[in-house]
Every structure is written in C-alpha cells, then in structure tokens.
Design a protein around this ligand. Structure first.
Ligand code: CTP
Ligand code: MG
Length: 225
C-alpha cells in the first residue's frame, strides 16, 4: 500500500486576525505548521507529504527542512481547491491512499492517525477521525427554536483518509457541480461512497480564533514533555 499525506496550508486565517496566516504563528517553540509536519514525519508509512501553500507565500521556504518527503504545491481559492491541486500534483505517480490533514491541527496524535489508517485499510473503506458532540446543540438565530438530538452527531476532525482515485473523482465532480465542500468526507458523501467514523481525541482542535492559542500552546508543551 502506498500512502501520501496532503496538508492544506494555503488559508489566510481571517478569523485569527493575526498579521501572518495562522499556520505561521509560533507556539511552544515553533510554528503551528512545523508542529503539524513534525507529527506527520513520524509516520514511516507516508511516501510523500504534500503541503499546499499560497503561490505568494513568503514563509514556507524559510522553515527548516523537517523531512525530505515534504513537497510544496500551490493552494487554491478554497480548502477543497487546495486539496484537489495537491491531488493533481501527485497525478504522475499517484499513491493508493491519501491522508489529508489540516495544517491548523498540530495537536493530532500519532496513535489516532495510525488507528484511522489501520481501520480503513483493513475494511478497504475511506474514513475520518471524528469526535462525538458533547454539548447540547440548539437550532435558531436570535432565540432557540429547537434542541437537536446529539446521539448521532459527530464533529469532523482530520486526518481524513481516502483512496486517491475516489477522492480525486469525488472532489472534481462535486466542485464542478458547485456543491459546498468543507472537508473530504463531504465530497465522498456527495458521491454516495462510505465514510467510516473513527473516534478520535477531541483535543485535536483546529486552531481558528485567538482564544484557541493559549489552549493549543499549553497542550503542545504538554505533548513535548
Ligand atoms: N486552507 C487551504 N486553502 C484554502 C483555505 C484553507 O489550504 N484556500 C487550509 C488552512 O490553511 C487550514 C485548513 O485549510 O490549515 C483549515 O481551514 P481554516 O481553519 O478555515 O483556515 P483558514 O481558511 O486559513 O482560516 P479562516 O477560515 O479563518 O480564514
Ligand atoms: Mg477557512
């Protein structure tokens, strides 16, 4: 089995309201992107680690080289475009499977990634890390109109792990039809293919707003000890 990783890192981080894109904020001694790449580089099973960054990104090439398997690809307008560009970047020598992991999720554990990969390969089905919703969920705008039963609700995390061909076809078709695609699983669902839910740690947060930084810094420091 051949597996390549794809790391979407071409966002501008508008919700973080920081001068540089959030993946270049330093926490616990290095940038968020470096933490993420350090985690992935611990996986011997990956043949390549394709990082999608903006074509005009001045920061990426200044990072110390963490791993010789890391390659730079061009991102796109939306996250899904960045992932599709990365898949096309691999087109001449495609892997069997791809592991897509947000640059903004440096807290993922190797154990969770290995569990996801093992279950998907064993059952020959794609899947994602996800965590069961813990809060009571309300629907409404200014007033709560409804409490949404949460027994079958999950928060989608990354990595998301799919067959290369299946993901490329699903993304190309879904984007071509103008479907809103916020993760790989939504493209696969749209193509009526299975998406296995693999329970992962809920502290694998996507660093999104300024209030995520203290918690992420604390957890990264803890992981390094
Ligand atoms: N991403 C990407 N290409 C884009 C948009 C996002 O590769 N065109 C990446 C981000 O860099 C991030 C991941 O996808 O690692 C998850 O996206 P998100 O958390 O939304 O990051 P941003 O889009 O940068 O943040 P915001 O939505 O607040 O602007
Ligand atoms: Mg975004």
């Amino acid at each position: 089995t051949t597996i390549a990783a794809i790391v979407p890192a071409a966002g501008v981080g508008s919700r973080m309201q920081h001068s540089a894109p959030k993946q270049y904020i330093k926490l616990a001694g290095k940038t968020i992107l470096e933490h993420t790449l350090c985690k992935l580089s611990q996986l011997q099973s990956l043949s390549q680690i394709v990082v999608a960054v903006s074509q005009t990104d001045p920061y990426f090439d200044t990072l110390p080289c963490i791993d010789s398997r890391i390659l730079r690809a061009n991102g796109g307008q939306e996250r899904a475009d960045s992932v599709l560009n990365s898949l096309l970047f691999l087109e001449n020598n495609p892997p069997e499977w791809v592991l897509v992991h947000d640059a903004a999720r440096p807290l993922v554990t190797i154990n969770d990634i290995e569990t996801l990969i093992a279950h998907c390969i064993a059952d020959d089905e794609g899947g994602i890390l996800a965590s069961k919703v813990k809060d009571t969920i309300k629907r409404g705008s200014t007033h709560s109109e409804q409490t949404v039963p949460r027994n079958d609700l999950w928060q989608a995390l990354t990595p998301q792990f799919f067959k290369y061909d299946e993901l490329k076809n699903a993304l190309q078709h879904a984007l071509g039809e103008g479907v809103t695609i916020t993760d790989e699983a939504s493209a696969i669902e749209w193509a009526s293919k299975p998406v296995k839910l693999i329970s992962g740690r809920s502290d694998n947060i996507k660093i999104t707003t300024p209030e995520d930084l203290d918690l992420a810094g604390f957890l990264l420091n803890k992981q390094q000890n």
